[in-house]
Ligand binder design. Sequence first.
Ligand SMILES: C[C@H](N)C(=O)N[C@H](CCC(=O)O)C(=O)O
Ligand SMILES: [Mg+2]
Length: 366
Amino acid sequence: MFITDIKYYRYGTPLKKPFKTALRTVEVIESIYVFIETNYDDVIGVGEAVPTYVITGDTKGGIEAAIEEVFKPLLINKHLTVKLLDEVQQVIVGNTSAKAAIDIALYDLLSQEAELPLYKYINHNPGNKTLETCYTVSLNEAVEMVEDGLKYVDEGFNHLKIKVGKDNVETDLSRLKALRSSLPSDVILSADANQAWDEKGARHALKHFDEADLKIESIEQPVGRYEYTILGALTKQFNIPLMVDESLFSTYDARRLVEVGANNLWNIKLMKTGGLHQALKIHDIAQDEGISCMVGCMIETHVSVTAALHFSLAAKQVSRVDFDAPLMVVERQVEGGIVYEGAKVKASEGFGLGIDRKSLYKKVRT
Ligand SMILES: C[C@H](N)C(=O)N[C@H](CCC(=O)O)C(=O)O
Ligand SMILES: [Mg+2]
């Protein structure tokens, strides 16, 4: 099988309500869907990138330029082989979202060719596991956050990830207290600060989180992306487990995080790693170090989140997932792929991603 063309299309999917973090507010998922065509008319690989420039540095124009100027010349007229996965990572630095879309589409093709669902094709520490996604409560006033939290619990979600870090710590804690006292006691609450604090601010916040005794299961990314040493020091100093998110893009990051002792929990996302190929390498480092991983997502739709699900099913260290973004949309654009049953997430039948590629292609092209 060889690659004949690569097509890509922008497509906006409105959210039911704005998604708000300490870093940004989003109202529409701005996907770039990628289709890799082959010499077999009915065999296409599909991928997705999103422009989360505040985290990855990737814009819509940048993603398209990387595909047009770098990945098309690299891939068109090449035979489909596993070697291409390495070449995609090496041909350009950065550009992890464009790499993710291409890597996902290549994995979709490779697993279709092998006539296997993607998670079986990866065959990397295969294990049968049941995964449940958490649901994120956006940063709003306490009353609205409690209202949202109650709704998500009612819909079957037992783990809520609460966004913090935009206002002062006292305000964050009053929101968390309101949630803790309004929700059933067995609901797991975690927090995500999205790099909100400097070192002093993080120490102040984590001290108060420890003292408040609100049974917050973990807190994600208290400080900026390159603050590896501070993350290590905070991990050692405070009781609340720290989850690394924005500081973990590459195997370099993973090794740095191990060195400094930021080893409680890692959040792996395909838009940061440039797809599954690098995510598996980060996973291997986590496995060697006994670090438990969550697989998360940006504000993405079903295509890239389905790829993240297959990765999670195949990767032993992945014990939790944050796949709520596709549930936030007004109307689902993609048929097939990830199946949600309340909080439970499953892969659909079918080879590769199990997505109806042709109907998506038809929809986004017009
Ligand atoms: C959508 C997911 N639940 C989530 O919270 N992801 C954020 C980043 C999302 C974005 O800004 O697109 C995270 O874990 O930091
Ligand atoms: Mg996060």
